[in-house]
Design a protein around this ligand. Structure first.
Ligand code: SF4
Ligand code: SF4
Length: 386
């Protein structure tokens, strides 16, 4: 699909009344919800504003050039605008298709934007890493064939190319005696192509991934990265029929605890923690309660929510490859979010997404430890301390 006046969403381009709910949350003392608007201060950079740019392009009033690309790429695809828009306009679809329109005409937001897409087209991952750098089932000590596996662990490019550790997830798998496998040459889920504006590439990757996952005959796919979860659950619906059930690791974890397959020890001392909603789990998939349910199972943990949380949560800055494509937007967003987290006086910031984790780590928080949900749970397993 490309930007079109005939698309289902096109009516909004003409009926948006500039109420600006996509920039600020009126129900909560006008706090800003759009990181791009927060960074640059103009409505054009918000979700609604991108709709106006799209409308201008379709009517030939806005030139599809570098200025339009600058607006299109100043966005984390965090979904806050769409969630807050009272009529529920499909702002994410428009933002993605605006990018598609530009990229298909060879217009990129920056050299880094072009490079990430070229890498994905040529090497199958956004970093352009050789296949030999991909983490294998053998390296993880897990089977690469279905056998009697109850689930396939879908690593995603971040963990699958060693950008984040899988040590804690493996500890959980072992403790639960779970029979999981990891695919040989796991393909990309395609979400980077969708986010960066090459929808043909996304469709090509998605078809291949659906086929490979269906061929395994395993009943469940457990995704480490929420961007993969969202692609497999939402975006694949238009591409093909993915047979296995798809759950994010946090949902699987909650199931393991509920079924009594994981035994958590008592905490020696109290822990005050705050929680970063993953945009994909909380807003795209409306699963913001899942990780919070897991947190309730941790003995002695007090959860202190940030001012902006659940559907109104502010992004970590790491969405849509912003740290590479629009570093100013990434920096402003991650610093604001860390300041907000620090105000809770929590000592740990819990995350469920490897991109949130690396975005916060890269910004070097000095007062707060960034901890993945898997690590928090692994710490509670018998004889594991860190
Ligand atoms: S919240 Fe929706 S209706 Fe209001 S300005 Fe934004 S896009 Fe338009
Ligand atoms: S997706 Fe997020 S960053 Fe992009 S326009 Fe909407 S609220 Fe702003």
């Amino acid at each position: 699909m490309t930007l079109s006046r005939d698309a289902d969403y096109a009516h909004y381009l003409y009926t948006c009344n500039r109420c600006r709910s996509c920039t600020t949350n009126r129900e909560q003392a006008n706090v800003i919800v759009c990181p791009s608007y927060d960074h640059l201060g103009y409505f054009s950079y918000s979700g609604g504003g991108k709709g106006y740019v799209a409308q201008g392009i379709l009517e030939g009033k806005v030139k599809a050039g570098p200025e339009a690309a600058e607006v299109a790429m100043h966005c984390l695809l965090c979904h806050a605008c769409q969630t807050m828009c009272p009529p529920g306009f499909e702002l994410i679809t428009v933002a993605r298709q605006l990018r598609e329109w530009l990229v298909s005409r060879g217009i990129y937001g920056s050299a880094a934007h072009r490079r990430l897409l070229d890498n994905l087209r040529n090497s199958g991952n956004p970093w352009g890493l050789a296949p030999s750098k991909q983490i294998t089932a053998e390296k993880l000590g897990l089977p690469a064939r279905p056998g009697n596996a109850e689930a396939v662990l879908f690593l995603g490019c971040h963990s699958g190319f060693g950008k984040s550790s899988l040590e804690n997830e493996l500890k959980i798998v072992t403790a639960a005696r779970a029979k999981v496998m990891v695919m040989e040459d796991e393909p990309c889920c395609g979400s980077p192509a969708l986010e960066l504006g090459d929808q043909n590439l996304f469709r090509k990757i998605a078809k291949k991934t659906i086929q490979k996952l269906n061929d395994l005959g395993v009943e469940k796919v457990v995704t480490i990265c929420p961007h993969c979860t969202s692609a497999l659950l939402n975006d694949y619906m238009e591409i093909g029929d993915l047979e296995p059930e798809v759950v994010h690791f946090s949902e699987w974890l909650l199931g393991l605890i509920d079924e009594g397959r994981l035994k958590l020890t008592k905490q020696a001392s109290r822990l005050t923690a705050t929680f970063q909603d993953s945009c994909h789990l909380t807003r795209y998939l409306e699963q913001g309660d899942v990780a919070r349910e897991v947190l309730k199972q941790i003995d002695g943990l007090e959860l202190v929510e940030m001012n902006r949380s659940v559907e109104a949560a502010f992004c970590c800055g790491g969405g849509s490859w912003a740290d590479k494509v629009v570093p100013g937007l990434w920096r402003n967003t991650v610093r604001r979010r860390l300041r907000e987290a620090a105000k809770t006086r929590a000592t740990e910031l819990i995350v469920t997404c490897p991109y949130c984790e690396s975005s916060f780590q890269k910004a070097r928080p000095n007062k707060m430890k960034v901890t993945s949900l898997a690590r928090l749970v692994a710490r509670q397993l018998t004889d594991y301390r860190q």
